[in-house]
Each structure stands twice: as C-alpha cells, then as structure tokens.
Design a protein around this ligand. Structure first.
Ligand code: FNR
Length: 196
C-alpha cells in the first residue's frame, strides 16, 4: 500500500431511471482496484442534488446548500477524475453539464479520463464535446478511454461484462495514463500552486 494513494473520483454521469451508468461504473471500479493503490470516491450525480439554477456559490464564497458544499468538497479532494458518460442525441447528459458547471477552481490542474457508453457511437461524440468543456476548467484530458458501443448488450442481467478482454486492456491504458498525470500534477501543484 502506498502512503499517499491517488484520490480518484469516478463520476456517474447519467441519472435517469433504469440507467446503465452504475453497471458501467461498478465494472470500471473493479478494473481500477486491480490496477493499483487508489482511494476511490464514486460521485453518483443521481444523488448529488445540485440546484439547476447554478446558484451553488454565494458572493462571500460559501455554498448555497449543504449538498453543493459536500459535492464541491469531493471534487476539491480528488486528484484525478474518471467521467462515465452515456451519449444522448449526440451529446452528453444535462446532469453532467450541471455538475461540471457547479464548481470551478476545484477542477483545476487535474487530469480527467472518460469511459463512455452508447448505441452505435459508444458515446464517443459525447466524449469529444466533454474534452472542449474540460479545457475551459484547466484540466488535462487523457487521450485513451474505454468505449462501449451497443452498451446494454454487452452486460448480462447481473451486470457482468460478456467480452472482458478488449475493455480490460483499454481500462489498463486509461488508468496508466491517468495516474501518470495525477502523480505529475500532484508534484507540480505542491511545488508551485496553479495560480491561473
Ligand atoms: C440514447 N442513446 C444514444 N446512443 C448513441 O450512440 N447516440 C445517441 O445519440 C443516443 N441518443 C440517445 C438519446 C436518449 C434520450 C437515450 C435515452 C439514449 C443510447 C444511450 O447512449 C445508451 O443506451 C446508454 O448506455 C444509456 O446510458 P444510461 O442513461 O442508461 O446510463
């Protein structure tokens, strides 16, 4: 066990009833636990209760509700992010945009990787849009991700993945790149605060 494991937040981006997102998230967390010593926080946006008017932060810097404060503290504590996103009508879910926009400085100078799921596209169009959004938040987005086309058909009724090999290899690459950046940016932030 490392003395200072990387604190990884896994964000479940879909919130609708009957969603596949938590199944994908459980699969990814198994991969992450096998990969190395990580402290994992699962942020399920269905439970975050973020106000839709973006009224999260008050003029004095405090948070408008305990829910926003708790969410902001979890984003601030994380040193790396994996966003699990479906694709809805060629974009990413509105709940995910709300979660991204509800905080700002908490994202800065940290790496973000993507696990996407969809129909034909596997969610890749949602991921490309998310890369543009996360650029504004001074994050580093990770080149390699995991993508599940026709995602619902890939898991059995107990949430087990049918074809484990390809996604497993993709998850390893994602995690290796993400942790490289997480370690590098942890050192860099400690050496010189990111003041932009
Ligand atoms: C979809 N889906 C989808 N898939 C895709 O590849 N391109 C798309 O544009 C869409 N559009 C779309 C719109 C809406 C409203 C829904 C509900 C679904 C399929 C979807 O991405 C896929 O089933 C995901 O795995 C759904 O994830 P959740 O919401 O079940 O977690």
């Amino acid at each position: 066990m490392s003395k200072h494991p990387i604190r990884l937040a896994v964000i479940v981006g879909s919130t609708r009833a009957g969603r596949l997102g938590p199944t994908i998230s459980r699969w990814f967390i198994e991969q992450a636990r096998d990969h190395g010593d990580l402290e994992i926080d699962v942020i399920d946006l269905a439970e975050a209760e973020l106000p839709a008017d973006l009224g999260g932060r008050l003029a004095d810097g405090s948070y408008a509700s305990p829910e926003v404060g708790a969410y902001a503290a979890r984003i601030a504590a994380a040193e790396a992010f994996v966003v699990i996103t479906p694709e809805y009508n060629r974009g990413y879910p509105a709940a995910l945009k709300l979660a991204i926009d509800s905080v700002y400085t908490e994202w800065k100078a940290k790496p973000v990787a993507f696990v996407s799921h969809g129909g034909q596209s596997g969610g890749l169009r949602a991921v490309e849009q998310l890369r543009q959004v996360f650029a504004e938040l001074h994050t580093v987005t990770i080149r390699d991700g995991v993508c599940f086309p026709m995602a619902r058909d890939r898991f059995d009724a107990d949430g087990r993945l049918h074809d484990v090999e390809g996604p497993g290899i993709a998850a390893k690459l994602l995690l290796s790149e993400l942790l490289w950046w997480a370690e590098a940016l942890r050192r860099a932030r400690a050496e010189q605060p990111y003041g932009f």
